[in-house]
Write a protein that binds this ligand. Structure first.
Ligand code: HEM
Ligand code: HEM
Length: 178
């Protein structure tokens, strides 16, 4: 048997621990964002939403900050990244784009609304009398919609991970589990 039949065509070595930490910490964060969005959608103005919804903005802002660290780390360590297919590669890029676009659009809306924004007591945006209509319109139009699109894309991502587990040559889950 030649060595090429034994060697997987795709690199299945585990990612470094920082990449894995970012992936799973942010996965938990996005699961929380999905929960808060579902609660708002299905049970707005209930005690559950009163308890959960105030955590949408601070956790969302944390994910926005983590995105920059994760993207910088992924770029510096891009040599280890080898996707199974072009679809997987562009799918991952699309998730990165949405993970940035969704909170950015919300933050633009927040800024444009003229309302103050504090992050765990740290002032991020001061209140202002000026409102910037295009910013609030953009947020109203796209933040929720792109957020749902992100959740749907991630559902596809997770489905593909489990679909690929049926063949040891494409089983990428251990790469992210370490
Ligand atoms: C980080 C990722 C985020 C995701 C995935 C996300 C997702 C969502 C989704 C799906 C909705 C729609 C809920 C519904 O239809 O009732 C929503 C609403 C909302 N989000 Fe976020 N969000 C994120 C970050 C943020 C941030 C950082 C802020 C504010 C600084 C924010 C502020 C809001 C507000 C005010 C709403 C209600 C108005 C609307 O539906 O657009 N979100 N979010
Ligand atoms: C149960 C949930 C999840 C599982 C089992 C899972 C599993 C995986 C696995 C196995 C990989 C490696 C794929 C490869 O290298 O070919 C991966 C990569 C990736 N996953 Fe997930 N994932 C989950 C949730 C999420 C969530 C919630 C997000 C983002 C919102 C996400 C974003 C990404 C991205 C962007 C990559 C590309 C590698 C990187 O730069 O981190 N995943 N995931």
């Amino acid at each position: 048997m030649s060595s090429s039949t034994l060697t997987p065509s795709v690199n299945l070595r585990p990612y470094d621990s920082v990449t894995r930490f970012f992936h799973w910490a942010m996965a938990v964060g996005f699961a929380w964002m999905l929960f808060t969005a579902l609660v708002r959608f299905f049970a707005d103005e209930t005690p559950l939403s009163d308890a959960v919804w105030p955590w949408h903005r601070p956790v969302g802002f944390t994910l926005f900050l983590l995105w920059w660290l994760r993207a910088a780390w992924a770029f510096m360590h891009r040599a280890q990244y080898q996707a199974l297919s072009m679809a997987a590669k562009w799918g991952h890029r699309f998730i990165y784009a949405l993970m940035l676009a969704v909170p950015s659009i919300a933050l633009l809306r927040q800024y444009g609304s003229g309302r103050a924004f504090n992050y765990f007591g740290i002032p991020v945006m001061q209140a202002s009398d000026n409102t910037i209509k295009w910013m609030t319109d953009l947020g109203g139009l796209l933040h929720g919609e792109l957020g749902w699109l992100l959740f749907a894309t991630v559902l596809g991502h997770v489905s593909m991970v489990f679909w690929h587990r049926r063949d040891s040559q494409t089983n990428v889950l251990p790469k992210m589990l370490g």
